[in-house]
Design a protein around this ligand. Structure first.
Ligand SMILES: *[C@@H]1O[C@H](CO)[C@@H](O)[C@H](O)[C@H]1NC(C)=O
Length: 314
C-alpha cells in the first residue's frame, strides 16, 4: 500500500457549505463583501502606515505587518470558496497538490500570525509597563528580528506536519466535508491507520494555538493589572487599545482551538466556525484598529487630503 502512494487519488472534492440555492446567494454576497472589505481595509492600513511619517513606530509597523499577513491568510481559502459556491457537488474539486499547498500556507501564515500577535502583546507590555525603556527594547532591529522569527516559526511548524502527510496512501475516498483542505479531515481519508499522525497534529497545532492563546491572555491580564494600578490620564487610551487587541485574539484563536483539540471533529460545526478565520477575522482587524484608533483615523485623513492635493497639481 505504501508503495502506491497517492497515485489513485489525484484530486479531492469539497462538499462546500451548502447546496441550497436559498443559502448560496446570500453566502456569495456575504463572502464577497467580507473578502473584498477585508482586502481593502488592510491595504488602507498598510498604505497609511507606510506613507505617514507620524506612524513610523514599532506598534504601527507590527500592525502593518499583521495586515499583510491577514491579506495572505484570507487569500489562501476565500477566493477558491467563493469561486466554488455555485458549482455542483462533484465539481468543487481541488488537485492533490492544491490541497497540500493550501494546508501548507494556512499553517505557515497562521502560525506566523500567532507569533506576530504575541510580539504585539509584548510591544504593548513594554510600552505600558516599561515606558522609559520602550525605545531601546522595541528598536527597529528588534521588530525586524521578531518578524523574521514569526515567519520562520510558521514555515517550520507547517513543514513538520506536512512531511508526514505527503507520503500517506490515498486509495479512493476523496470527499472532504468542508470548503478548504485541512489536516484533521484529510487524514481521515488516508487508507492507513493515522491515529499517531492525528495525535501529532493535535499536539503540534493544538499546542501552538492553545499555548499562544494562554500566553496572550496572561500577558494581557498582566498589562491590564498594571494599567489599573497606575490608572491616570493615559489609561483610557491604553484600555481601548488593549481591548481591541483582546477581541482580535479571542476571535482568531477560538475557532482554531476548537478544530485542533476537539476529540471528534465529525460535526458540521467546525466548517461553519472556519468562516470566522477565513473571512471575519481578517476583515475585523482593520475595522477594530482603524475605527478605534484616533491616530490612525487622523493619518487616513492626512493621506486622503494629500492624494486630493496631488491630483489637483498633476
Ligand atoms: C513590517 O515591519 C518591519 C520591521 O519593523 C518594517 O520595516 C516594515 O515596513 C513592516 N511592513 C509594512 C508593510 O509596513
Amino acid at each position: 500500500m505504501d508503495g502506491m502512494n497517492h497515485s489513485t487519488v489525484s484530486e479531492f472534492v469539497f462538499l462546500g457549505l451548502t447546496n441550497s440555492w436559498k443559502i448560496q446567494l446570500p453566502l456569495f454576497v456575504f463572502s464577497c463583501l467580507f473578502y473584498l472589505g477585508g482586502m481593502m481595509g488592510n491595504l488602507v492600513i498598510v498604505f497609511t502606515i507606510t506613507f505617514d511619517a507620524h506612524l513610523h513606530s514599532s506598534m504601527y509597523f507590527l500592525l502593518a505587518n499583521l495586515s499583510v499577513i491577514d491579506m495572505f491568510f484570507c487569500s489562501i481559502t476565500a477566493p477558491k470558496m467563493i469561486y466554488d459556491i455555485f458549482k455542483k457537488h462533484k465539481h468543487k474539486a481541488i488537485s492533490f497538490c492544491g490541497c497540500i499547498t493550501q494546508i501548507f500556507f494556512t499553517h505557515a501564515v497562521g502560525a506566523a500570525e500567532m507569533v506576530l500577535l504575541i510580539t504585539m502583546a509584548f510591544d504593548r507590555y513594554v510600552a505600558i509597563c516599561k515606558p522609559l525603556h520602550y525605545l531601546t527594547i522595541m528598536s527597529p532591529r528588534m521588530c525586524l528580528y521578531c518578524l523574521v522569527t514569526s515567519w520562520i516559526v510558521g514555515f517550520i511548524h507547517s513543514l513538520i506536519q506536512l512531511v508526514f502527510v505527503v507520503d500517506l496512501p490515498f486509495c479512493g475516498p476523496n470527499v472532504l466535508d468542508s470548503f478548504y483542505c485541512d489536516l484533521p479531515r484529510l487524514l481521515r481519508l488516508a487508507c492507513t491507520n493515522t491515529l499517531e499522525l492525528e495525535f501529532m497534529v493535535t499536539v503540534n497545532s493544538g499546542l501552538i494555538s492553545v499555548g499562544s492563546f494562554v500566553l496572550l491572555v496572561i500577558s494581557y491580564i498582566f498589562i491590564l493589572f498594571t494599567v489599573w494600578k497606575h490608572s491616570s490620564g493615559g489609561s483610557y487610551k491604553a484600555l481601548s487599545t488593549l481591548s481591541a487587541h483582546i477581541i482580535v485574539v479571542v476571535l482568531f484563536f477560538g475557532p482554531l482551538m476548537f478544530f485542533y483539540t476537539w476529540p471528534s471533529p465529525t460535526s458540521h460545526l467546525d466548517k461553519y466556525l472556519a468562516i470566522f478565520d477565513a473571512f471575519i477575522t481578517p476583515f475585523l482587524n482593520p475595522v477594530i484598529y482603524t475605527f478605534r484608533n484616533k491616530e490612525m483615523k487622523m493619518a487616513i485623513k492626512r493621506l486622503c487630503s494629500r492624494l486630493v492635493r496631488y491630483r489637483k497639481i498633476s
